[in-house]
Design a binder for this molecule. Structure first.
Ligand code: PAF
Length: 269
Protein backbone atom coordinates (compact mmCIF):
# COMPACT_ATOMS: atom_id res chain seq x y z
CA UNK A 1 0.00 0.00 0.00
CA UNK A 2 1.32 3.45 -0.93
CA UNK A 3 1.23 6.07 1.80
CA UNK A 4 0.62 9.55 0.48
CA UNK A 5 0.54 12.93 2.14
CA UNK A 6 -0.27 14.85 -1.00
CA UNK A 7 -2.22 13.04 -3.67
CA UNK A 8 -0.72 13.89 -7.03
CA UNK A 9 -1.85 11.34 -9.52
CA UNK A 10 -3.93 8.20 -9.53
CA UNK A 11 -3.25 6.24 -12.67
CA UNK A 12 -6.14 3.78 -12.72
CA UNK A 13 -9.88 4.16 -12.09
CA UNK A 14 -10.28 3.94 -8.34
CA UNK A 15 -12.82 3.23 -5.67
CA UNK A 16 -12.67 5.70 -2.83
CA UNK A 17 -13.40 5.31 0.88
CA UNK A 18 -13.25 8.68 2.68
CA UNK A 19 -12.76 8.34 6.45
CA UNK A 20 -11.80 10.34 9.49
CA UNK A 21 -9.54 7.53 10.70
CA UNK A 22 -9.90 5.50 13.90
CA UNK A 23 -10.63 2.67 11.49
CA UNK A 24 -12.52 -0.43 12.62
CA UNK A 25 -14.16 -3.48 11.07
CA UNK A 26 -16.96 -1.28 9.67
CA UNK A 27 -14.45 0.74 7.62
CA UNK A 28 -12.71 -2.47 6.62
CA UNK A 29 -15.95 -3.79 5.14
CA UNK A 30 -16.24 -0.56 3.06
CA UNK A 31 -12.65 -1.01 1.87
CA UNK A 32 -13.26 -4.69 1.01
CA UNK A 33 -16.37 -3.67 -0.94
CA UNK A 34 -14.31 -1.01 -2.76
CA UNK A 35 -11.71 -3.61 -3.66
CA UNK A 36 -14.35 -5.74 -5.33
CA UNK A 37 -15.12 -2.78 -7.60
CA UNK A 38 -11.60 -1.61 -8.51
CA UNK A 39 -7.96 -2.73 -8.23
CA UNK A 40 -7.03 0.73 -6.97
CA UNK A 41 -8.62 1.61 -3.64
CA UNK A 42 -7.91 5.01 -2.12
CA UNK A 43 -8.66 5.49 1.58
CA UNK A 44 -8.39 9.02 2.92
CA UNK A 45 -7.92 9.85 6.58
CA UNK A 46 -8.81 13.46 7.32
CA UNK A 47 -10.49 14.70 10.50
CA UNK A 48 -12.45 17.54 8.96
CA UNK A 49 -12.73 20.46 11.42
CA UNK A 50 -15.55 21.99 9.37
CA UNK A 51 -18.00 19.27 10.37
CA UNK A 52 -17.42 19.57 14.13
CA UNK A 53 -19.69 22.20 15.61
CA UNK A 54 -18.28 21.33 19.04
CA UNK A 55 -14.52 21.96 19.38
CA UNK A 56 -14.32 19.57 22.34
CA UNK A 57 -15.76 16.77 20.21
CA UNK A 58 -13.12 17.53 17.57
CA UNK A 59 -10.34 17.42 20.16
CA UNK A 60 -11.66 14.15 21.61
CA UNK A 61 -12.10 12.47 18.23
CA UNK A 62 -9.95 9.29 18.36
CA UNK A 63 -6.74 9.34 16.29
CA UNK A 64 -4.96 6.03 15.62
CA UNK A 65 -2.65 6.52 12.59
CA UNK A 66 -0.53 3.35 12.91
CA UNK A 67 -3.53 1.09 13.41
CA UNK A 68 -5.34 2.85 10.52
CA UNK A 69 -2.47 1.98 8.17
CA UNK A 70 -2.53 -1.68 9.27
CA UNK A 71 -6.30 -2.08 9.04
CA UNK A 72 -6.58 -0.27 5.69
CA UNK A 73 -3.83 -2.42 4.11
CA UNK A 74 -5.30 -5.63 5.55
CA UNK A 75 -8.72 -4.80 4.08
CA UNK A 76 -7.30 -4.15 0.59
CA UNK A 77 -6.52 -0.42 0.35
CA UNK A 78 -3.82 0.37 -2.21
CA UNK A 79 -3.34 4.05 -1.31
CA UNK A 80 -3.72 5.55 2.14
CA UNK A 81 -3.98 9.30 1.79
CA UNK A 82 -3.52 11.50 4.86
CA UNK A 83 -3.91 15.06 3.62
CA UNK A 84 -3.24 18.14 5.73
CA UNK A 85 -5.77 20.94 6.23
CA UNK A 86 -3.93 22.98 3.56
CA UNK A 87 -4.06 20.07 1.08
CA UNK A 88 -7.84 20.04 1.33
CA UNK A 89 -8.48 23.74 1.79
CA UNK A 90 -5.54 25.51 0.11
CA UNK A 91 -7.40 28.75 -0.53
CA UNK A 92 -10.48 30.40 0.89
CA UNK A 93 -13.11 27.79 1.62
CA UNK A 94 -16.29 27.85 -0.45
CA UNK A 95 -18.77 26.12 1.80
CA UNK A 96 -21.54 23.95 0.39
CA UNK A 97 -24.95 24.08 2.02
CA UNK A 98 -26.90 20.98 2.95
CA UNK A 99 -30.15 22.96 2.57
CA UNK A 100 -33.24 22.36 4.69
CA UNK A 101 -32.48 18.71 5.46
CA UNK A 102 -29.16 19.83 6.86
CA UNK A 103 -31.12 21.43 9.73
CA UNK A 104 -33.26 18.39 10.53
CA UNK A 105 -32.65 15.25 12.63
CA UNK A 106 -28.83 15.23 13.01
CA UNK A 107 -28.79 18.85 11.91
CA UNK A 108 -30.96 19.98 14.83
CA UNK A 109 -28.32 18.69 17.25
CA UNK A 110 -25.27 19.41 15.10
CA UNK A 111 -25.87 22.76 13.38
CA UNK A 112 -23.64 23.21 10.35
CA UNK A 113 -22.39 19.61 10.51
CA UNK A 114 -23.70 18.57 7.10
CA UNK A 115 -22.48 21.77 5.42
CA UNK A 116 -19.01 20.73 6.64
CA UNK A 117 -19.47 17.13 5.47
CA UNK A 118 -20.64 18.13 1.98
CA UNK A 119 -17.87 20.73 1.67
CA UNK A 120 -15.13 18.22 2.48
CA UNK A 121 -16.57 15.37 0.43
CA UNK A 122 -16.93 17.67 -2.59
CA UNK A 123 -13.23 18.71 -2.18
CA UNK A 124 -12.14 15.09 -1.72
CA UNK A 125 -14.04 14.09 -4.87
CA UNK A 126 -12.37 16.93 -6.82
CA UNK A 127 -8.93 15.76 -5.69
CA UNK A 128 -9.35 11.97 -5.94
CA UNK A 129 -11.75 11.85 -8.93
CA UNK A 130 -12.90 8.30 -8.15
CA UNK A 131 -15.14 6.07 -10.25
CA UNK A 132 -16.92 4.83 -7.11
CA UNK A 133 -17.20 6.23 -3.59
CA UNK A 134 -18.39 4.04 -0.74
CA UNK A 135 -20.26 5.31 2.34
CA UNK A 136 -21.77 3.40 5.24
CA UNK A 137 -25.52 3.24 5.78
CA UNK A 138 -24.89 3.85 9.47
CA UNK A 139 -24.75 7.60 8.77
CA UNK A 140 -27.92 7.42 6.73
CA UNK A 141 -28.66 11.15 6.57
CA UNK A 142 -25.06 11.78 5.51
CA UNK A 143 -25.34 9.10 2.82
CA UNK A 144 -28.59 10.65 1.56
CA UNK A 145 -27.14 14.18 1.39
CA UNK A 146 -23.88 13.04 -0.23
CA UNK A 147 -25.78 11.00 -2.84
CA UNK A 148 -27.82 14.10 -3.76
CA UNK A 149 -24.77 16.38 -3.79
CA UNK A 150 -22.83 13.93 -5.99
CA UNK A 151 -25.77 13.61 -8.42
CA UNK A 152 -25.59 17.38 -8.93
CA UNK A 153 -21.86 18.13 -8.76
CA UNK A 154 -20.14 14.81 -9.55
CA UNK A 155 -22.53 12.79 -11.74
CA UNK A 156 -19.59 10.71 -13.01
CA UNK A 157 -19.06 9.22 -9.53
CA UNK A 158 -21.19 6.27 -8.46
CA UNK A 159 -22.09 6.41 -4.78
CA UNK A 160 -22.27 2.97 -3.19
CA UNK A 161 -24.14 2.39 0.08
CA UNK A 162 -22.59 -0.22 2.36
CA UNK A 163 -24.57 -2.01 5.09
CA UNK A 164 -23.87 -1.25 8.75
CA UNK A 165 -21.46 -3.64 10.45
CA UNK A 166 -22.50 -4.58 14.00
CA UNK A 167 -20.78 -6.01 17.02
CA UNK A 168 -22.20 -9.35 18.26
CA UNK A 169 -24.28 -7.38 20.77
CA UNK A 170 -25.95 -5.57 17.86
CA UNK A 171 -24.18 -2.24 18.55
CA UNK A 172 -23.40 -0.48 15.26
CA UNK A 173 -19.64 -0.14 14.79
CA UNK A 174 -18.42 3.43 15.20
CA UNK A 175 -15.12 5.16 15.89
CA UNK A 176 -16.84 6.67 18.94
CA UNK A 177 -17.46 3.23 20.52
CA UNK A 178 -13.91 3.24 21.97
CA UNK A 179 -15.15 5.94 24.35
CA UNK A 180 -17.84 3.65 25.82
CA UNK A 181 -16.85 1.94 29.07
CA UNK A 182 -18.10 -1.55 29.95
CA UNK A 183 -21.38 -0.40 31.50
CA UNK A 184 -22.07 2.07 28.69
CA UNK A 185 -21.50 -0.70 26.14
CA UNK A 186 -24.10 -2.88 27.86
CA UNK A 187 -26.50 0.07 28.09
CA UNK A 188 -25.96 0.81 24.37
CA UNK A 189 -27.51 -2.56 23.43
CA UNK A 190 -30.91 -0.94 23.90
CA UNK A 191 -30.45 1.03 20.66
CA UNK A 192 -30.29 -1.95 18.30
CA UNK A 193 -32.88 -3.87 20.34
CA UNK A 194 -35.43 -1.04 20.08
CA UNK A 195 -34.61 -0.48 16.40
CA UNK A 196 -35.13 -4.16 15.68
CA UNK A 197 -38.51 -4.14 17.44
CA UNK A 198 -39.56 -0.94 15.64
CA UNK A 199 -38.62 -2.29 12.23
CA UNK A 200 -40.71 -5.45 12.78
CA UNK A 201 -43.80 -3.22 13.08
CA UNK A 202 -46.31 -2.97 10.27
CA UNK A 203 -47.47 0.58 10.94
CA UNK A 204 -45.72 3.86 11.61
CA UNK A 205 -47.73 4.28 14.83
CA UNK A 206 -46.60 0.91 16.16
CA UNK A 207 -42.99 1.55 15.14
CA UNK A 208 -43.08 4.94 16.92
CA UNK A 209 -44.45 3.23 20.04
CA UNK A 210 -41.45 0.89 20.02
CA UNK A 211 -39.04 3.80 19.55
CA UNK A 212 -40.65 5.65 22.47
CA UNK A 213 -38.96 3.08 24.72
CA UNK A 214 -35.76 5.07 24.19
CA UNK A 215 -37.21 8.24 25.66
CA UNK A 216 -37.89 6.53 28.99
CA UNK A 217 -34.65 4.56 29.19
CA UNK A 218 -32.61 5.87 32.13
CA UNK A 219 -29.21 5.28 30.49
CA UNK A 220 -30.07 6.82 27.16
CA UNK A 221 -30.63 10.53 26.49
CA UNK A 222 -32.62 10.69 23.28
CA UNK A 223 -31.92 13.32 20.62
CA UNK A 224 -34.43 11.95 18.10
CA UNK A 225 -36.12 8.76 16.97
CA UNK A 226 -38.31 8.73 13.86
CA UNK A 227 -39.56 6.67 10.94
CA UNK A 228 -38.57 8.29 7.68
CA UNK A 229 -39.07 7.70 3.99
CA UNK A 230 -35.63 6.64 2.73
CA UNK A 231 -36.20 8.17 -0.68
CA UNK A 232 -37.10 11.70 0.53
CA UNK A 233 -36.03 11.75 4.19
CA UNK A 234 -39.49 13.02 5.06
CA UNK A 235 -41.38 11.55 8.02
CA UNK A 236 -42.95 8.28 6.83
CA UNK A 237 -46.63 7.42 6.69
CA UNK A 238 -48.27 4.04 6.11
CA UNK A 239 -48.12 4.58 2.35
CA UNK A 240 -44.33 4.88 2.40
CA UNK A 241 -42.73 2.11 0.34
CA UNK A 242 -39.19 2.29 1.71
CA UNK A 243 -39.22 3.31 5.35
CA UNK A 244 -36.41 3.34 7.90
CA UNK A 245 -36.17 3.91 11.64
CA UNK A 246 -33.48 6.42 12.63
CA UNK A 247 -32.21 7.12 16.14
CA UNK A 248 -29.62 9.28 17.88
CA UNK A 249 -28.80 9.96 21.49
CA UNK A 250 -26.28 9.86 24.27
CA UNK A 251 -24.96 7.19 26.58
CA UNK A 252 -22.62 8.32 29.30
CA UNK A 253 -21.41 11.38 27.36
CA UNK A 254 -20.95 9.53 24.04
CA UNK A 255 -23.23 10.36 21.13
CA UNK A 256 -24.41 7.33 19.14
CA UNK A 257 -26.54 7.09 16.02
CA UNK A 258 -28.09 4.11 14.29
CA UNK A 259 -30.84 3.14 11.85
CA UNK A 260 -32.51 0.09 10.33
CA UNK A 261 -34.78 -0.43 7.34
CA UNK A 262 -38.38 -1.48 8.07
CA UNK A 263 -38.64 -5.23 7.58
CA UNK A 264 -42.25 -5.36 6.34
CA UNK A 265 -44.49 -3.32 4.13
CA UNK A 266 -46.44 -0.76 6.16
CA UNK A 267 -50.21 -1.23 6.24
CA UNK A 268 -52.98 1.31 6.72
CA UNK A 269 -54.51 0.93 10.21
O1 PAF B 1 -18.38 9.61 7.80
C1 PAF B 1 -17.27 10.16 7.95
O2 PAF B 1 -16.32 9.56 8.43
C2 PAF B 1 -17.10 11.61 7.53
O3 PAF B 1 -18.26 12.33 7.74
C3 PAF B 1 -16.60 11.76 6.07
C4 PAF B 1 -17.63 11.24 5.08
C5 PAF B 1 -15.29 11.02 5.88
C6 PAF B 1 -16.37 13.24 5.76
O4 PAF B 1 -15.42 13.80 6.61
Amino acid sequence: MKLMQLLTEIEKPCAFVPTMGALHAGHQSLIAQARELCDEVVVSVFVNPLQFEDKEDLAKYPRTPEKDAELAAAAGATILWTPSFEDIYPVQITKLSAGELGDQFEGVHRPGHFDGVLTVVHRLFELVRPKYAIFGEKDFQQLFLITNMAAQLHPEIEIIAAPTVRETSGLAMSSRNVRLDKDARIAADVISKVLRAATESDSVAQARKELAELSVNRDFRLDYAEIIDETTFEVANNETQQARAIVAGWINGVRLIDNMAMKRALVQV
